[in-house]
Each structure stands twice: as C-alpha cells, then as structure tokens.
Design a protein around this ligand. Sequence first.
Ligand code: COA
Length: 252
Amino acid sequence: MESIVVREETPIGWVILNRPDKLNSINLKMMVEIESALREIINNDKIKVIIFTGSGKAFSAGADISQFKELDPVKAWEFATKGRELMDYIEKYPKPTIAMINGYALGGGLELALSCDLRIASQSAELGFPEINLGIYPGFGGTQRLVRLIGKGRALEIIMLGDRIKADYAEKIGLVNRVVEPSSLEKEVRELALKLAEKPQTAIKLIKTVVNYGNDAPIMSGLTLESLGWGIAFATEDEKKRVDEFLSKRSK
Ligand code: COA
C-alpha cells in the first residue's frame, strides 16, 4: 500500500489516508487501496471496528484535483462512479465505521466521512464541499448523503456556497456526532471504537442493514425489514446469553 496505511490494533482496524503532502487528496490508487484493505479486513474476525483518519493536518482535502485535467466527460463519469461505489461499499460495510476527522474534511474527504457510521471531529477540523468553486459539485454521493443527514436547506447552503465550516457548527447541525479537543481526539475515538467492539456483532450488522436499506425504501418496507431483522437477532447466541443473564439476575 502506498497511499494508505492499514494498522491492526485488535479489535480496531485503522485505515489511515497517507498522502500528507497532498492533504490526503483521493486519487484512483488510493480508492483501489482502501477497497482492497476493507475487503481483506472483512474476513478478519479479530477486527470489529474500522477507524478512518488522515495523516498530517488533513483528514482529506477531497478528490485529487491534479488528475482533473486528464478527465474527459466519460472519464469524469467513470471516476465519479468509482468514488461513489467505494463510498457505497463503506456505508454498507458490515463492521461499524468511524471517521476520526483530524483536520480538513473537504469534498471527497467529507464524502468518505459521510459514508461512515459515526463522525468525530477535532475542534480544529474544517468541513465542506468547495467543489462549486471549481465549477463542479460533490460526485461521490455527497449531494444525496448530506441531504439525508442534515436536511435539504442546510445541505444546499453547504453545497452551493462552498464555504468551509467549523467543527462546532458541524456538530450543531448534526453533520458530526461529536467534537473533541485535538489532543484527546485519538483517545476518545479509540474508547468509542472499543465500546462498539464489545457490542453483539450480528446485531450491529443487522442495525446497519435495516437503517441503510430501510431508509432508502418506502416506510412500510423499512418497517418490515426492521421486524424481519429483529426476528433474526433471536437466532444469535448473544441474544440468548444476554437475555438469560438479565433475567437470571432478576430472579435471584
Ligand atoms: N487535490 C490535489 N492536491 C491538493 C488538494 C486536492 N484536493 N488539496 C490540497 N492539495 C495539495 C496542494 O496542491 C499542495 O500541494 P503542493 O505543495 O505540491 O502545491 C498541498 O496539497 C498543500 O495544500 P495547500 O493548498 O498548500 O495547503 P493550505 O493549507 O494552504 O490550504 C486547503 C488547504 C484545503 C484550503 C487547500 O489545499 C484547498 O482548497 N484544497 C482544495 C480543496 C478542494 O477543492 N477539494 C475538492 C476537490 S474536488
């Protein structure tokens, strides 16, 4: 791997974007490497949670603009599709994912964070979709995921103005789950990851499936998916063990 670093810190798998001199901007190579790392981790039962972050001062400043001159319309479409498919893969990934936003999360960098389950930002982070200033707009799923996360009005403001927003405001509008001091970012995100890793993994997988696929479907389909998944949870050892434990404590 050249453009990312993958670190196994059981039960956490770190995926660190690693082009710090280019603010971890995302090129094709990086996309391929992220996907291949995730495909490998999927079969590693010891890794229960993924944390994405960036090395240096950025999470990621977005798609690699230096490649744009090579793109004709068809290649641009293919590039956007490749990026979008990677983000879809991350969103539907069966293990929980956290974006540890250590600095700039712009354009494709923010789209990567939006594809994660949880976003924890450093107080010093800045987020945004500056693409409008290049005459384009987010192409890795950002127009759709941002609207669903924070609502149409605020999403359009961010996408149409292209301003960078501060972490505190991002928290206020629900774009990030939590903002923490830069010095405690890693510690807090690690604690969160360890907490997630202790949860019943099949239930986590079911929650992700029901929330992600249910939200895209008519409400009755989403609700039906929820009941079906709820039934499947009763097939797990975790459910049996945890319910027995709860009941036996109370019958003493
Ligand atoms: N693609 C390619 N290279 C990028 C990049 C991107 N999205 N963002 C930053 N870089 C490169 C810069 O070209 C520079 O490389 P160089 O030293 O070889 O010239 C290096 O990263 C550092 O960036 P620089 O602009 O000097 O840092 P800064 O601290 O002054 O500014 C930003 C930081 C994030 C405000 C600025 O880099 C920026 O606006 N980046 C583009 C963001 C963007 O439009 N993203 C959407 C892309 S579709």
